[in-house]
Ligand binder design. Structure first.
Ligand SMILES: [Zn+2]
Ligand SMILES: [Zn+2]
Length: 407
């Protein structure tokens, strides 16, 4: 790209070449260099250069700028070869568009824009967050290179349609109750083209377009989310008779992450805590976009509490900065207690009970009556908890739940 070849040299024409000469030179070289025909690895780059040269020189205004200021002038004036807007995609579609005069100007009669195409692209959670490049294979109709979309065998150009005299439309004057009016419809014989093919192009069987499967590279920007759509301009079906190509719409399907969720640019992770961890505080592992890391939960953490870590979320799409990492606690109350745990909870319950009026009752705390059916089916298996020992209740809970929280 740094040492650009002279456009006239690329096309092999004199600086005084007429539009017709340019076109001829371009067509001849394009047939030779088109990546579909020429498998030489350099051919694609050469074809690209060729198309670029032709696009500039075939445009009177751009040619003038180029003649005066060279490549520099085009860059400065913003008159460089048009690319796809938005994202840097595979170049073939753009090239074909310039080759076949897409973009609407000077379209032949009957030229129609190609249909839009839709496809889906599956991304992992991380690919959506961080962005990625993906290859797509798109089967689509493209303008036939051999006949240049006319459907006629080269050298046997289509002839003017006699039904419409080349206009592509038929005018019929009709009488009605409200007077005379002219009804204009596309010509049946030439389907609006104004021309009739006498010798069909062998390559495309007169259709003017051929079925191709294209490999495209899609650049997925960081921060996209499920169900978003990326538009690839000019990568849809080729237009008919020199009409511009349609667009390709790529809908993103982002796979779920086992432990992380998205809320816009925020990343949410749920942090399960047992009652002891919630009460005493703990150091735990949490999943983040950068992998697992330790996270300190303070003593007395409540269920459903949200810790917010700034700038640890996903990049904001089309803006700067990142969202937050939100760590939401889920305190899990044990459903099935071991004998030891039951004893400890029983003791614990006593400490929460209001101070006894006189002597403590022999069988304390109504909490022990916890095996009333459905919620803890296994609890009935264990014998009744034994109350009281003198060891600190907190230590006992720690022992039972296997926490070495000595802070
Ligand atoms: Zn053809
Ligand atoms: Zn006709």
């Amino acid at each position: 790209m740094s040492s650009k070849r002279d456009y006239y040299e690329v096309l092999g024409v004199a600086r005084t070449a007429t539009d017709d000469e340019l076109k001829k030179a371009y067509r001849a070289l394009a047939r030779k260099l088109h990546p579909d025909v020429n498998k030489d690895p350099d051919a694609e780059a050469q074809f690209k250069d060729l198309s670029e040269a032709y696009e500039v020189l075939s445009n009177a205004q751009k040619r003038q700028i180029y003649d005066r200021h060279g490549h520099q002038g085009l860059r400065a004036g913003g008159g460089g070869p048009a690319g796809a807007e938005g994202f840097p995609f595979g170049d073939i579609g753009d090239i074909l568009e310039s080759f076949f005069g897409g973009g609407g100007q000077g379209g032949r009669p009957g030229a129609t824009r190609g249909s839009d195409l839709r496809t889906q692209l599956e991304l992992t959670f991380e690919e959506a967050v961080f962005g990625c490049e993906k290859e797509l294979e798109i089967p689509r109709w493209e303008n036939c290179l051999i006949c240049d979309g006319s459907g006629a065998e080269p050298g046997k150009p289509p002839t003017r349609c006699t039904s419409c005299n080349g206009s592509g439309e038929v005018r019929r004057v009709q009488q009605s109750l409200f007077g005379q009016f002219v009804n204009v419809t596309p010509c049946d014989r030439c389907r609006g083209a104004g021309q009739v093919v006498t010798h069909k192009c062998v390559e495309c069987n007169g259709r003017g377009s051929v079925r191709k499967t294209r490999r495209l590279t899609v650049t997925v920007p960081a921060g996209v989310d499920n169900e978003m759509e990326i538009r690839l301009n000019g990568q849809g079906e080729g237009g008919e008779r020199g009409g511009p190509s349609g667009n390709l719409y790529v809908r993103l399907q982002v796979k779920a992450h086992p432990r992380l969720k998205r809320d816009g640019a925020d990343i949410i992770c749920e942090l399960p805590l047992n009652v002891a961890q919630a009460a005493l505080g703990a150091e735990l592992m949490i999943p983040t976009l950068a992998g697992e890391e330790t996270f300190r939960v303070p003593a007395g953490t409540q269920h459903g509490h949200e810790f917010r870590l700034r700038d640890r979320g996903a990049p904001r799409l089309q803006r700067s900065g990142r969202g937050q990492l939100r760590v939401v606690t889920r305190v899990e109350v044990p459903a099935n207690l071991t004998e030891k745990q039951r004893a400890l909870f029983t003791s614990l319950a006593e400490t929460f009970a209001p101070p006894p009026a006189a002597g403590p009752p022999p069988n304390p705390a109504p909490v022990t009556d916890g095996e009333t059916g459905a919620q803890s089916p296994n609890a009935a298996d264990g014998p009744k908890g034994k109350p009281r020992k003198s060891k600190g209740i907190i230590d006992k809970v720690k022992d039972a739940l296997g926490i070495d929280g000595n802070e």
